[in-house]
Design a protein around this ligand. Structure first.
Ligand code: F6R
Length: 616
């Protein structure tokens, strides 16, 4: 969703901003803009460019920027419309009435109507339908009282309600950027001569590695080579440094046709990195990050997982491992529902938020709500020091590297494997599994990156099956037990990438209604790895075949019995029943990818979707 980049003290602000915007576009956007502070003293002013030609907006800015005056500092923004249509007038940066204050904003100003009414009554002229523009006018009004930019932003932020990340430039202080945030993240970077503000690590990696995470309610004053941070009361605070393990190369396509294929092929590495030094062959699990949290973990009597989309599917798989291995009652819940219920929680309930970005607003608020209700909280995320990482009592990180393709692939499998390691860890702490079983599972987990690599070696076979499905418009995904969340994930991938209607069912539910939809035009993809319920799945396949549907089965290698029943098979290497999702999701990713490509869709930026969902 919306992205912010702001720079000062760099050689060529316009091109640094455009590069930053390109690195932010993966979040999803429908318009973009930049504002440059130009000139000196009385001559200082703002130069603004905006474009709303959807995914071409950044290229359009680069074209229009060819004649731009040289800037000293500037702001850039990618917008994903929430308040106001995706038009040029609504694109950021927004200016005040004097044209000397420029603002970029992520998030939602909840009281914007009330603020706009007051500003309008005071004679301000607003030119957009956005909630964001009020900030430019609030700052203008404070500057008129003689405040400097920092003080003007501090006072303005004090009247805002909602979630926001803001970066502000003012021609009266041409080299200064002021930034502040509540809930929505902001990162500040510094070099000897420059300063940068961004909503996302990906946008700043090329500029500097000296990074700081701005705290909730804090205000940063960024000047070339210097950074000052104050709290909401204006008292100085020490900026908190941010650790980043990724280089800028990690956010590039590296010769792959698209990020999604790169990320699918990076899965063995993402899994191996996530496991590194965390599982030892004798069954010992080392989750260093949880060392200080172990006493709390021993007291836990129940686990509730909250997440959205693919992360929710990883949670569904993880909670089954918790039940079976750690013998703990565990449920997984959709974060956007959980946060508005009245969940009954106590200090013996552990609420685990799973999120690739660590920023998804519903998951973040579900986590915060759980903490308010007295639960212990933990985050599983891929982004170090992200919002959820900072909010939770404890955090464990997937180490998948940056995921740029909108559809989650490598982060999804890394979430599953990390949750499984966590489940094993709890099983060991609780003494719920014997040493032999712990050691067997540890060895099987360690083998998973290799098995995923083997599955990827079969990509051409999977793509060949996909080629036969390129024209279908209705697909059922079926699974049982741990195969059901895999079916959910397969259906989600096909929907979001190929725009094919796909529904997932727990196979045992078919007879309770959905089977009436099955006829000879239907295609059913059945996740049929061998496990305790495999014989029952075979019966489900027979029922579907008897009604004329085409069956595509994900099977363990060499499983001829399932192979004979199905029309097409997607073979994967076999592993323990509960670990199988890490491998069996791979052909479903390739299937969705291939059908989407065959239909000419943009797999990295599927329509209507954003990578990071920072609004409800
Ligand atoms: C689907 C997908 C989304 C995300 C969901 C949660 O391929 O990527 O469903 O899983 O938006 O995002 P995070 O994990 O960042 O909280």
């Amino acid at each position: 969703m919306c992205g912010i980049i702001a720079v000062t003290g760099v050689e060529d602000p316009l091109s640094t901003l455009l590069e930053g915007l390109e690195l932010l576009e993966y979040r999803g956007y429908d318009s973009a803009g930049i504002a440059l502070v130009t000139g000196e003293g009385d001559e200082a002013g703002l130069f603004r460019l905006r474009s709303a030609v959807r995914a071409q907006s950044i290229a359009e800015l680069a074209r229009l920027g060819a004649g731009a005056p040289r800037g000293r500092a500037g702001l850039g923004h990618t917008r994903w419309a929430t308040h106001g249509a995706p038009t040029e007038e609504n694109a950021h940066p927004h200016l005040d009435c004097t044209g000397r204050v420029a603002v970029v904003h992520n998030g939602i100003i909840e009281n914007h109507r009330e603020l706009a009414a007051k500003l309008d009554a005071a004679g301000h002229r607003r030119t957009s339908a956005t909630d964001s523009e009020v900030v430019a006018h609030l700052v203008e009004a404070e500057l008129e009282t003689g405040a400097d930019l920092l003080e003007a932003v501090r006072r303005s932020a004090a009247v805002l309600r909602g979630d926001y990340a803001l970066a502000i430039s003012y021609a009266g202080e041409p080299d200064t950027l002021v930034a502040t945030r509540r809930t929505s993240p902001l990162i500040i970077g510094r070099t000897e001569r420059a300063g940068v503000v961004a909503s996302d690590i990906a946008a700043v990696l090329g500029t500097t590695r000296e990074l700081y995470a701005l705290g909730d309610g804090e205000i940063a004053v960024v000047r070339p080579g210097s950074l000052e941070v104050v709290d909401a009361a204006g008292e100085p605070v020490e900026p908190s440094p941010l650790r980043v393990a990724w280089g800028v190369q990690a956010a590039r396509r590296d010769g792959y046709e698209d990020f999604m294929s790169k990320e699918i092929h990076e899965q063995p590495r993402a899994l191996a990195d996530t496991l590194l030094e965390r599982v030892l062959p004798e069954g010992t699990t080392e989750l260093e990050e949880l060392a200080a949290f172990e006493d709390e973990l021993r007291r836990v009597e129940r686990v509730v997982v909250v997440a959205c989309g693919s992360s929710f599917h990883a949670g569904e798989i993880g909670r089954l491992a918790l039940e079976r291995w750690a013998k703990l009652p565990a449920t997984a819940e959709i974060a956007s529902e959980f946060r508005y219920r009245e969940p009954v929680l106590d200090d013996r309930t552990l609420v685990v938020a799973i999120s690739q970005s660590g920023e998804t607003v519903d998951t973040y608020h579900a986590l915060a709500e759980a903490a308010r209700r007295g639960a212990r909280t933990m985050a599983i995320t891929n982004v170090v020091d992200s919002l959820m990482a900072r909010e939770a009592d404890a955090v464990i990180y997937t180490r998948a590297g940056p995921e740029i393709g909108v559809a989650s692939t490598k982060c999804h499998v890394a979430q599953i494997i990390l949750f499984q390691v966590f489940a094993l860890h709890l099983a060991r702490l609780r003494g719920s599994l014997g040493e032999d079983e712990l050691a067997r599972l540890a060895r099987e987990i360690e083998a998973l990156p290799g098995l995923v690599a083997e599955a990827l070696g079969r990509s051409d076979e999977y793509a060949a099956v996909a080629a036969r499905l390129a024209e279908v418009n209705d697909v059922f995904f079926l699974g049982r037990n741990v195969g059901y969340p895999v079916a959910l994930e397969g259906a989600l991938k096909l929907k979001e990438l190929a725009y094919v209607r796909a529904e997932a069912y727990a196979a045992g539910e078919m007879k309770h209604g959905p089977i009436s939809l099955i006829d000879r035009h239907a295609v059913a993809v059945v996740v049929a790895n061998r496990g305790a319920l495999w014989p029952k799945l075979l019966a489900n396949i027979e029922e579907i075949k008897a009604r004329g549907a085409t069956v595509v089965a994900v099977t363990d290698e060499g499983d001829e019995e399932t192979g004979r029943l199905a029309d097409h098979v997607l073979e994967v290497p076999a592993t323990d029943e509960l670990l199988a999702p890490v491998v069996s999701v791979v052909p479903l990713q390739v299937l969705a990818y291939s059908v989407a490509k065959a239909r000419g869709n943009d797999v990295d930026r599927p329509r209507n979707l954003a990578k990071v969902v920072t609004v409800e």
